[in-house]
Design a protein around this ligand. Structure first.
Ligand SMILES: [Zn+2]
Length: 447
C-alpha cells in the first residue's frame, strides 16, 4: 500500500518485470527451454536387464526393431546377456509390463537422463573459448580443440606439425597433429571422437598429447622421444558439433540418407563391411553406410593411414571410445584368432594392469568379438588387416558396463581417465617393444 502513495517507486519495478519477460525469449534460462530445438531427455530412464532365455532375447529384439522409443546400448543377441536400454517416458509402463510378463530380470539405473545432461552442461566451456583456457576439468567445443592444437604447434614448432585433413560432410576440418622428436621412430596412430557422443575420447586424446609434450616423468618422456605420434582428437567433427548444438546422444556422422541421417563411421571401414554387427538401415545407430568407405571422414582417415603406414612406420593404432572399460584387439567380426593373438592378449593385459594400478579401475582385455559384441567395418580391424598395423586396439574408456553416466562422464573424471590411459599406453608400448614389434622397422621401411 505504501507503494501506491509513491508512484515513482513503481517505475523500476515495472521495468524489471517488462524486460525480464522480454529478455527470456532469447536467454538460456528455464523459461526459454520450451522454445529450444535441442533434443531433451526429461524422465528418460536407463534400464539394465539380464536376458536368460531365447524368448527374452527375441522379445528385446522385436522391441528394438519396432520402436525408436528404446535406445539399446548394443543389441539383444543371446541368452546370459546384460543389456542397457534407454527408455522414453511414454514407454515406462510398457517396459514394466514386458519385464513382468516375460520375467526379465532388471533394474532402473537412472530415472532422469536430462538431469545428467544438465549437470554436465555446466562443465562445458562456451563456444569461442580461447585455446589458452584449455584444460582437463571442462569439455570443449570443436573450435577450441582445433585452436588448442594450433597453439601447441606454435609452442613446439620443432616437435609438432598440424595435419588439416579436408573432409567431413559439413566441411569441418578433421584436424590432427604429428609429434616427432627424432627420425627413425615407429609411429602410434591415435584416433579419437569417431563416435560423436563419447566426449571423454577427444578429452583423453588431448590429455595424452599434452602429457607427451610437457611431462618430465621418464616413462612419458621415453614415449615422446622414441615414438612418433599422430593424434586426431575429433575424427567425426560434424557429429561432435551436433552433440553440443542439438542432441547429446548423437553417435554417427551427419550425412543425410533419405528420412534419416548419419553413418556409423566405425562400421564404414573396408573390413568385412556391412557384415555381422552392422546395419543396412540408415535410421539405425550402427548403419554401415551406402558402401565400404562411402563417407568422406572414413575416406580421409583410410587414405592417410594407408599412405603413412609404411613411410611413417605406423606400427600401433589406438581407437578411443567409451564406455565399458575394455581394451580390445581384432577381430570384431569373426572368432578366428589373429596370428599374434597371444601377444595381443599379453599387451592388452599389461594395459589393464597399469590402469588398475593407477586409480583401481577394472578394464577387461581381449579380442573384440569375445569381450563386447560382434562388429564389422571398424577402424581397428581395418588397420590391422588392410594396413598391416600389428598392434591395434580399441579402448572403451570409463565408465563400467553398468554405468549410469554412459557417455555423460562428469568432467572431474577427465584427468583421472587420462592418467590411467596414459599409464596403459606406457605399459602396452613397453610390452610390444619387448616382444620385438618395433625392432628394425626403420631399416625395413627405408628399403
Ligand atoms: Zn564408440
Amino acid at each position: 500500500m505504501r507503494l501506491l502513495n509513491h508512484p515513482v517507486q513503481l517505475a523500476p519495478l515495472i521495468l524489471v518485470v517488462f524486460f525480464g519477460i522480454n529478455a527470456c525469449i532469447a536467454c538460456d534460462g528455464p523459461a526459454s527451454a520450451a522454445a529450444s530445438n535441442k533434443a531433451r531427455y526429461d524422465q528418460f530412464r536407463i534400464y539394465r536387464v539380464f536376458l536368460e532365455t531365447d524368448e527374452q532375447v527375441g522379445i528385446m529384439q522385436q522391441l528394438e526393431n519396432r520402436s525408436d522409443s528404446y535406445q539399446f546400448m548394443g543389441h539383444a543377441r543371446n541368452p546370459n546377456q546384460n543389456l542397457s536400454i534407454m527408455v522414453a517416458p511414454q514407454k515406462i509402463a510398457e517396459i514394466t509390463d514386458l519385464m513382468d510378463r516375460f520375467q526379465i530380470q532388471g533394474q532402473v539405473l537412472l530415472y532422469n537422463i536430462q538431469e545428467l545432461i544438465d549437470a554436465q552442461e555446466l562443465t562445458v566451456m562456451p563456444k569461442g573459448t580461447a585455446p589458452e583456457q584449455f584444460d582437463w576439468t571442462h569439455y570443449f567445443h570443436l573450435d577450441t580443440i582445433h585452436k588448442w592444437l594450433d597453439l601447441q604447434a606454435s609452442k613446439y614448432p620443432d616437435l609438432l606439425t598440424v595435419i588439416p585433413l579436408q573432409a567431413s560432410y559439413e566441411r569441418n576440418l578433421i584436424k590432427g597433429v604429428k609429434l616427432s622428436a627424432k627420425p627413425g621412430n615407429t609411429a602410434v596412430f591415435v584416433e579419437c571422437g569417431i563416435h560423436a557422443r563419447e566426449w571423454i575420447s577427444p578429452a583423453v586424446c588431448t590429455y595424452i598429447l599434452n602429457q607427451l609434450l610437457t611431462s618430465e616423468a621418464p616413462e612419458v618422456h621415453d614415449l615422446a622421444t622414441n615414438f612418433d605420434w599422430f593424434f586426431f582428437p575429433v575424427v567425426n567433427p560434424d557429429g561432435y558439433k551436433y552433440t553440443f548444438d542439438a542432441d547429446r546422444f548423437w553417435r554417427k556422422n551427419r550425412r543425410p540418407y533419405g528420412l534419416c541421417r548419419g553413418v556409423d563411421l566405425n562400421r564404414n571401414f573396408e573390413s568385412n563391411w556391412n557384415g555381422i554387427g552392422a546395419s543396412s538401415d540408415p535410421c539405425a545407430y550402427d548403419f554401415a553406410g551406402g558402401s565400404a568407405a562411402s563417407e568422406p571422414e572414413t575416406q580421409v582417415i583410410q587414405n592417410f593411414v594407408k599412405q603413412n603406414a609404411q613411410s611413417a612406420r605406423i606400427r600401433t593404432y589406438f581407437s578411443m571410445h567409451s564406455y565399458s572399460q575394455l581394451i580390445m584387439f581384432p577381430y570384431g567380426y569373426t572368432t578366428d584368432r589373429v596370428d599374434n593373438y597371444a601377444d595381443l592378449v599379453a599387451i592388452g593385459e599389461r594395459g589393464s594392469e597399469a590402469i588398475r594400478n593407477t586409480h583401481g579401475k577394472q578394464y577387461l582385455a581381449g579380442a573384440m568379438i569375445e569381450t563386447i559384441y560382434p562388429s564389422s567395418g571398424d577402424s581397428v580391424d581395418w588397420a590391422y588387416a588392410e594396413c598391416g598395423v600389428p598392434v591395434a586396439y580399441t579402448f572403451e574408456l570409463r565408465g563400467p558396463p553398468e554405468s549410469t553416466n554412459m557417455f555423460i562422464l562428469p568432467a572431474e573424471e577427465i584427468a583421472p581417465t587420462g592418467e590411467e590411459t596414459l599409464a596403459a599406453y606406457v605399459a602396452m608400448l613397453g610390452e610390444a617393444r619387448k616382444l620385438g614389434y618395433y625392432d628394425g622397422v626403420g631399416q625395413k621401411g627405408e628399403l
